[in-house]
Each structure stands twice: as structure tokens, then as C-alpha cells.
Design a protein around this ligand. Structure first.
Ligand SMILES: C[S@@+](CC[C@H](N)C(=O)[O-])C[C@H]1O[C@@H](n2cnc3c(N)ncnc32)[C@H](O)[C@@H]1O
Length: 291
């Protein structure tokens, strides 16, 4: 069924394609749905008389390569709808796979109330997904950047409003994850992190370079500085037999594997793939003893 809105969406998709947007039709539909407050599958139900010209203002922002999620104000992550915008990293589908791995491991752990730490929580995506899907877990979310932390705080508050029984189980901590959570040393069951991992000087799309915060992206000449800090923090926090999962860039699989060597006390270090079959996160088990 055609409608004015669907005609405009088709024109907008062509404009976004010209601007180099990767998924122009999807983005045009999601912007139309957000402006008209309907689901994407309901666009044909919007009467011609209700067409809202703000649609074209938002399409212009997307054509200028502002991220879709900044325009709609929302990001979807597993079963969560998160608020995002300037100052916070937009959660990515790759991270959903690693988070799913952590949720499965926590779910099968023979521990009454497992404790997890999310290092560099950004919007709170990983910590909240664990909180939602493993309700018996306690989750400590660490974030150094005050702007990002404000978004995490908002998302945690919204989440608790929809699930009041979870109040207090996802805790936000300000600070550097290299030093954070000292009181939990040797007691944490699972450490997870999607830290900054892009080598300084690498080329990234405008949506990333101009809108994701620099502290969420860049991490030294080889991109591994923050991952090395996460490794040290995981050693400090984990109980013997505790697990770590760390996201990295697709070409970094081999290098990150060697950040978790047996000599340092790690066992069964593995490379894990994302949905596109690329190396995306490393997992390992802390033996409890290491150099
Ligand atoms: C790639 S983003 C990931 C955000 C979120 N976990 C996600 O997956 O959407 C990395 C986050 O780590 C934070 N960060 C970077 N270095 C940090 C440090 N040393 N201590 C605490 N947070 C840090 C950044 O501010 C950013 O919010």
C-alpha cells in the first residue's frame, strides 16, 4: 500500500544512499517511524494528513552522517531500549554477542548471586543487559567519563522504573577502571569490557569519528592500551575460576589472545567470533595464581 509517507521514505533513502549512509532504506524507515511515533511496520498506516515535515529535518541530519541513534535518541541492545546522544558511545550489535556469552556463563554458574563487573560501561548497555537477563546477579558498572556516566545513570533509573525489583543490583561507579572496585578484589565472578581499542590514527566513518566520544575509541598506537589495563584489573578482581570477556577489533584477535597468557595465570584463553564470523572478543579463566 502506498502513502505519502512511504513515497517520502523512498526519496529519503535515495538521498541517504547518495550521502554514503550504509543502510539508507532502513535508516529512512526508522527515522520516519520515530518522527511519527509508530513502529517501522506501521508506516503505511500514517494518514497523508499526518505527515510531519520534521522527517526531512532528521533526514538532513542523517545525510550529514550524524548517527541514527543520536537522531532518534534511542539505541536497542538485546532486550533493552537505551537513551543515547552526544557524549556517549552508541552500543553496537557486535557487543550483544559478547554480552550473550557472559549472560550464558553467569546463568550456568553454580553461585547463588554471581557478581559481575562491566569496565567502561558507557550508556550502561552491557551492565543493564546482564541485570535484566540474570536477575540474581549483582553488576558493578565503571565509567570514567562524566558525560557518559550521566547517560548510564539515566538508563539505570529508567530500567529500575520498569523493573523495580532490580533496584540496587546494577551499581554505577565513577572512576578509572585501572583502579576501580578495590573493595571487590578477588571476589568477582565475571569481568566484561568493551574498552576503547582503535589504534590512534586509524580511519573511521564520520558517524564514529565525529560523534562517539574520543575516550571510547582511541587506545594507543596498537589499540591495545586499554585492553592491557582491563587484563590487570581482571586479575585483581576475579576469584579463582572467574571469567573475563573483552571485546576488540576484528584484526586484533591474535594480539589480544597474547594479552591473556598462561604465564600470567590465565587458562583456556579463546578467540570468539561476532555474527559476521570475525574475531571479536577474547575470553579466559583466571587460575588464581600468576605473575
Ligand atoms: C567503546 S565504549 C563502550 C561503552 C559500552 N560498554 C558499550 O559497549 O556500549 C568504552 C567506554 O569506556 C570508557 N573508558 C575508557 N577508558 C576508561 C578508563 N580507563 N576507566 C573507565 N572508563 C573508561 C569510555 O569513556 C567509554 O564510555
Amino acid at each position: 500500500m502506498m502513502s505519502l509517507l512511504l513515497d517520502e521514505v523512498a526519496l529519503a533513502a535515495a538521498r541517504l544512499a547518495e550521502a554514503g549512509v550504509e543502510s539508507p532504506r532502513t535508516d529512512a524507515e526508522l527515522i520516519a517511524a520515530s518522527v511519527h511515533r509508530v513502529r517501522r511496520g506501521e508506516l503505511h498506516t500514517v494518514p497523508d494528513s499526518a505527515f510531519d515535515a520534521r522527517f526531512w529535518a532528521d533526514i538532513a541530519r542523517r545525510a550529514a552522517r550524524e548517527p541514527l541513534q543520536h537522531i532518534t535518541g534511542q539505541a536497542h541492545f538485546r532486550y533493552l531500549e537505551l537513551e543515547v546522544g552526544p557524549g556517549v558511545f552508541v552500543p553496537r550489535p557486535e557487543t550483544e554477542v559478547m554480552t550473550g556469552w557472559a549472560i550464558d556463563r553467569l546463568g550456568e554458574m553454580d553461585v547463588a548471586e554471581p557478581v559481575a563487573a562491566d569496565l567502561g560501561t558507557g550508556s550502561g548497555a552491557i551492565a543493564l543487559a546482564i541485570g535484566q537477563e540474570v536477575p540474581r546477579a549483582w553488576v558493578h558498572a565503571v565509567e570514567a567519563d562524566p558525560l557518559a556516566r550521566a547517560w548510564a545513570e539515566r538508563n539505570i533509573t529508567r530500567y529500575v522504573e520498569t523493573a523495580p525489583y532490580t533496584a540496587g543490583r546494577v551499581m554505577l561507579h565513577a572512576g578509572d577502571f585501572g583502579e576501580a572496585l578495590g573493595e571487590l578484589g578477588g571476589t568477582v565472578d565475571l569481568v566484561i569490557s568493551n574498552p576503547p581499542y582503535i589504534p590512534v590514527g586509524a580511519s573511521v566513518p564520520p558517524e564514529v569519528g565525529e560523534y562517539d566520544p574520543p575516550a571510547a575509541l582511541w587506545s594507543g598506537a596498537d589499540g591495545l592500551n586499554a585492553i592491557r589495563v582491563v587484563e590487570r584489573t581482571a586479575r585483581r578482581l576475579l576469584r579463582p575460576g572467574g571469567l573475563v570477556a573483552v571485546e576488540h577489533g576484528a584484526p586484533q584477535g591474535a594480539a589480544v589472545y597474547w594479552v591473556f597468557p598462561e604465564e600470567s595465570g590465565w587458562r583456556d584463553t579463546r578467540n570468539n567470533k561476532d555474527l559476521a564470523g570475525r574475531d571479536r572478543f577474547v575470553t579466559s579463566i583466571w587460575s588464581g595464581e600468576g605473575a
